[in-house]
Structure formats: structure tokens, C-alpha cells
Write a protein that binds this ligand. Structure first.
Ligand code: FNR
Length: 360
């Protein structure tokens, strides 16, 4: 009998064994030297938890609301591309796991299941991640389809005017399947001599002219709340407030775009201080433990999105694997809260962590 899995990191090795090298490299890799990829995880290790003792912690409540939607814990599924490369059921399996765990799934614009398939598969609360394409009609149509199919928010990803340089994908000549969602744009047909066909696809499709004034355009085509994903600085946090979005996702795209940007957790507090509680701040990047989630909450995030571990769970064990990943993180967060003297999320305060820059 296979040994029991005890933490989400153990799914990574299972995923490596289950996947063709090209796909495993695509999911696990980061940009260029992968400095930020390592930092996203390691920066968490340098944050220390300051627990409180002698608190009655018999009952721990991790539940919260995210943009008004109730969830069992401040944990969401990050938008990640092409789940059918990991498992034949693709995003439908991921959404079902989100529903089973009573949490929110953000569906990637480059999903391998359609928004309609995902919507009809289960009652998970769903947000829709948007890329703005040069063909704005395609992006606008996707927003309409998401809205019509009961998605509750748009997460506009803004850190990808061009695709980051992921060298494993270039070496592997990463091939990607047809994306049914994006009518008329078949990824597999785009091939580049210079790099992966994904890179060629992105340079043909992504609108590199997207800028702050375009938030008004997006607002004009949807009534859904809009979150901006990819904020790493106080300057951009302030601009996000100025253009009137409903929330921010502090993210460096899982270190797949620009290398040598800060680890996400290092950028979080700067954004939190600039926003001053005016809009919710979500967070992703390098979260592998309940203690990581606790640290991000203490530094001011309202909820935490999980990227790669979800894909590894999906690749290793399908819907069940995704569920296990979420459950493991929830269990770890609950234990962390109990051992830190925090019975509810509101009890987790800035004074529960010490960053590397703070004096002992
Ligand atoms: C991503 N991410 C991403 N983000 C996005 O807005 N749209 C997308 O289609 C994708 N696709 C994607 C594919 C893969 C394979 C990865 C690993 C990541 C970024 C994702 O939403 C999130 O920001 C990171 O994955 C968070 O970091 P961790 O949890 O993977 O460390």
C-alpha cells in the first residue's frame, strides 16, 4: 500500500510521475533564473509566528466572506491554465472539488473546459479570470459568457502584456491543445521557431497596450465586480483604488512572468498599507502550508489563492486530489490558529508574525 500523503508538497512528486515531462515542466516552472520562484516559497520560511498562549481554542472558525460570498476558509483556487493537460476531466474536476470544500474557484481564461461546462458541473462559487486580447471582442464575449453562466467576479490579470520567458517550455517546445473557449483561436496551430508555441500564441493574442484607462472599458461591458491581479507595489495599489476596482490580488503570477520581482509575501504588506482597508486584498504565490496562509492573513490578506498544489493534486488524483490539497491546507490552518491562540480569522493580527526586517 502506498504511504499516506501528509502534506501538499508530497503531491508534487506524484504529479511529476503522472505527467509527461513537457507538462510537468510547464506547470512547475518559473521565469528565467527562477529566482523569484524559489523566493516565493523561501520568503515564507523567514517569517516567524508569534503565538499567544492560554486561550480557549476548543472551537476554531475559519469561515469568511470573500466579496460577499461565504466560504469555509480563506482559501481559493487560483486561475491556472489548461487543467486537461493534468487530468482528462480538467477544470470540471477542479470545480467539483471547490464545491465539495465550500470554497471559490477562479477559472482561467485559458481553461480547457468551457465556462458552460464548468458552470453546469457543480454549484461551486466561481470567479472568472480575464486576459484582454488584441481582439477585444473575444475578451468581451468571454466576460458576457461568464456573467451569463453565474460567475460572480472578474479577475483581470495585468502582469502578462507579454509572456514571461520560461526556458523549460522553450526547450521542450511546449505544445498546447485547442482551447474550446476561445473560438477561432486554436493554440495548437500557432508554432514558433524561436520559442514555445505558447509564447507565440501569447504574442499574437495578448493586448500589450492594455493600461489603466481600459478599466473603464471593462466596467462598461460588465456589472460584475472587478479585481486586478498582479499588483506588487504601493504605486499600483493606489492607482487600483483610483480606478475604482472591487479588489486586488497581490501576485507575481507564480513567478512565471518577470524574474527578480519580490516574493509575493514580501510585497503584500506594502500593498496592504497603501490600500488602508478600502478594498479587499487577496494574495497568491508560494503558499504550501497552513502556516503560510496564517502568515499572509496576519500581513493583511483577506484570502489566499492556491496555484500549483491544486494542479499537482489534480494530476495525481483528479478531483479527489484537489479536494485533499484543500483539506490539508484547511487542517493545517486550523491547527496553526489553535496553536497561535486565534479562534477566528479576526483574531489573527499583525502582531502574530515577525518579518525578517523587524527587530527581535
Ligand atoms: C498560472 N497562473 C495564471 N494566472 C492567471 O491569471 N491566468 C492563468 O491562466 C494562469 N495560468 C497559470 C498556469 C500555471 C501552470 C501556473 C503555475 C500559474 C498564476 C496563478 O494564478 C497564481 O498566481 C500562481 O500559480 C500562484 O503561485 P503558486 O501557488 O503556484 O506558487
Amino acid at each position: 500500500m502506498a504511504a499516506e500523503l501528509v502534506n501538499v508538497n508530497e503531491f508534487q512528486e506524484l504529479a511529476r510521475q503522472a505527467l509527461p515531462k513537457m507538462y510537468y515542466d510547464f506547470y512547475s516552472g518559473g521565469a528565467e533564473d527562477q529566482h523569484t520562484l524559489r523566493e516565493n516559497v523561501e520568503a515564507f520560511h523567514r517569517i516567524i509566528i508569534r503565538p499567544r498562549i492560554l486561550v480557549d481554542v476548543r472551537r476554531i472558525d475559519m469561515s469568511t466572506t470573500i466579496l460577499g460570498y461565504h466560504t469555509s476558509a480563506p482559501i481559493m483556487i487560483a486561475p491556472t491554465a489548461m487543467h486537461k493537460l493534468a487530468h482528462p476531466e480538467g477544470e470540471v474536476a477542479t470545480a467539483r472539488a471547490a464545491a465539495a470544500c465550500n470554497t471559490i474557484m477562479a477559472l482561467s481564461f485559458t481553461s480547457t473546459c468551457t465556462v458552460e461546462e464548468v458552470a453546469s458541473s457543480c454549484n461551486a462559487i466561481r470567479f472568472f479570470q480575464l486576459y484582454v486580447y488584441k481582439r477585444r471582442d473575444i475578451s468581451a464575449l468571454m466576460v458576457q459568457r461568464a456573467e451569463k453562466n453565474g460567475f460572480k467576479a472578474i479577475i483581470l490579470t495585468v502582469d502578462t502584456p507579454r509572456l514571461g520567458r520560461r526556458e523549460a517550455d522553450i526547450k521542450n517546445k511546449m505544445i498546447v491543445p485547442q482551447l474550446k473557449n476561445l473560438e477561432g483561436l486554436l493554440l495548437a496551430e500557432v508554432v514558433s521557431e524561436k520559442g514555445s508555441n505558447l509564447e507565440a500564441f501569447a504574442s499574437q493574442t495578448q493586448d500589450a497596450s492594455l493600461c489603466w484607462k481600459d478599466i473603464a472599458w471593462l466596467k462598461s461591458i460588465t456589472n460584475l465586480p472587478i479585481l486586478i491581479k498582479g499588483v506588487l507595489t504601493r504605486e499600483d495599489a493606489i492607482k487600483s483604488l483610483e480606478v475604482g476596482v472591487a479588489g486586488i490580488v497581490v501576485s507575481n503570477h507564480g513567478a512565471r512572468q518577470l524574474d527578480y520581482v519580490p516574493a509575493s509575501i514580501t510585497a503584500l504588506e506594502e500593498v496592504v498599507l497603501a490600500v488602508q482597508g478600502k478594498i479587499p486584498i487577496l494574495f497568491d504565490g508560494g503558499v504550501r502550508r497552513g502556516t503560510d496562509i496564517f502568515k499572509a492573513l496576519a500581513l493583511g490578506a483577506q484570502a489566499i489563492l492556491i496555484g500549483r498544489p491544486i494542479i499537482y493534486g489534480l494530476a495525481a488524483k483528479g478531483e479527489y486530489g484537489v479536494r485533499r490539497v484543500i483539506e490539508m491546507l484547511k487542517d493545517e490552518l486550523e491547527l496553526t490558529m489553535a496553536l497561535s491562540g486565534c479562534c477566528t480569522l479576526k483574531d489573527i493580527s499583525r502582531s502574530h508574525v515577525r518579518t525578517e526586517h523587524e527587530r527581535r
